[in-house]
Ligand binder design. Structure first.
Ligand code: KG4
Ligand code: ZN
Length: 344
């Protein structure tokens, strides 16, 4: 029997500090420390995020190793997020990973965060089927909105993406306009469950091809709230559930209408979603409906693998390990990182 491969994954690209231990494709531990400090500011403050990562990284790694029931000497390689993300945040995970790998004398593997979101579908998980290649992945997070043609583990083509705000940003900004704390996506999801999605209508953008735009929706939404509040000061409180359901269903419609076009154009019926917004229950429900209506085969990640986590970095590291794609001590973080960039 061949020897097991144990990967320590490290994620620190935005405001979640996370460490995961993966053994032969299975997750033994996935610890995430979310930073609540940003709630006060209505969005992620990069300098505060970086400082919080510095405080969290060692306890989070320590907890992951303990929970996995392994010793640090069992780790075969450390996979870390090299980008894309906030520079100060990425630096913490990268520096920690380099130092720990040097101390343990084991190889380093650099991971593209967006590939990680997609490859989270390949974590061994009882009762979950992995998408067969080629498949389409709608990757929707706080920083990105992309339709990706996934031909193989490391052969991905972006078919369309946002030309301005990301879908997660649209959720967070709408929430902020309504006076809800950051991150607003999960709160809008919660209130939307009790509301009428047809109560209010917002105009949808006309963007060519498979690209997206959310900045017009944000402005339209802001004007709508300003005008209604001028008439009735309690408009938001009195209509919160309906407003949330309406803005959420508009965002979902925008996403799914492009996804349907992409599926038709590529003649692919294996459809996955990934990234923080894939935790949205409205999006998950609508996709399940489309699976029945359009004869799609839909792949939806477990909640813990939707928002930022190190399990997705560890599984991506595992597949890189299998093809001997290693990084080294000269590795540097990068705020922008093409989906298909090769290790430099
Ligand atoms: O993937 P992620 O954790 O971080 C980035 O890589 O950006 O995504 C975070 C985004 C935030 O905008 C957050 O509001 C959104 O995902 N999000 C949601 C939900 N859970 C997280 N948006 C809508 N509904 C949710 N349930
Ligand atoms: Zn992410």
């Amino acid at each position: 029997m061949s020897k097991s491969i144990v990967i320590l994954g490290i994620e620190s690209s935005c405001d979640d500090t996370s460490a995961a231990v993966l053994k032969d494709g299975k997750i033994l531990a996935n610890i995430v420390a979310s930073q609540s400090i940003h709630k006060l500011y209505g969005g992620v403050v990069p300098e505060l995020a970086s400082r919080a990562h510095q405080q969290n990284i060692i306890p989070v790694v320590d907890q992951a190793i303990k929970q996995a029931g392994i010793s640090k000497n069992d780790i075969n390689a450390i996979a870390f997020t090299r980008g894309p993300g906030l520079m100060g945040s990425l630096l913490v995970g990268t520096s920690f990973s380099k130092a720990f790998a040097l101390g343990l004398n084991i190889p380093l593997i650099e991971v593209n965060h967006m590939q990680g979101h997609i490859l989270a579908h390949f974590i061994d998980d009882e009762g979950k089927t992995k998408p067969p290649f080629p498949f389409l992945c709608l990757t929707v997070s706080g920083g990105h909105t992309q339709i990706v043609l996934v031909k193989d583990f490391f052969n991905m083509t972006i078919l369309g993406e946002t030309i301005d705000d990301a879908a997660g940003e649209a959720f967070d900004k709408a929430a902020k306009i309504m006076g809800l704390p950051y991150p607003g996506g999960p709160l809008i999801d919660k209130y939307a469950k009790e509301g009428n999605p047809k109560a209010f209508k917002f105009s949808k953008p006309q963007v060519p091809e498979l690209n997206f735009s959310f900045s017009g929706l944000k402005t339209g939404f802001m004007n709508f709230i300003t005008n209604e509040t001028a008439r009735n000061n309690n408009f938001v409180e009195e209509n919160r559930n309906d407003i949330c359901a309406s803005i959420q269903s508009t965002i979902i419609d925008i996403l799914l209408s492009k996804l349907k076009t992409a599926a038709l154009q590529t003649d692919i019926k294996h459809i996955a979603i990934a990234g923080g917004v894939s935790a949205n229950s409205g999006l998950r429900n609508e996709l399940n409906k489309l699976e029945r209506e359009l004869d799609w085969n839909v792949f939806i990640p477990r909640f813990e693998y939707c928002t930022d986590n190190a399990a997705m970095i560890a599984i991506t590291g595992y597949y890189k390990f299998l093809k001997n794609d290693f990084s080294n001590q000269a590795a540097t973080p990068t705020a922008k990182y093409d989906l298909n960039s090769k290790t430099e």
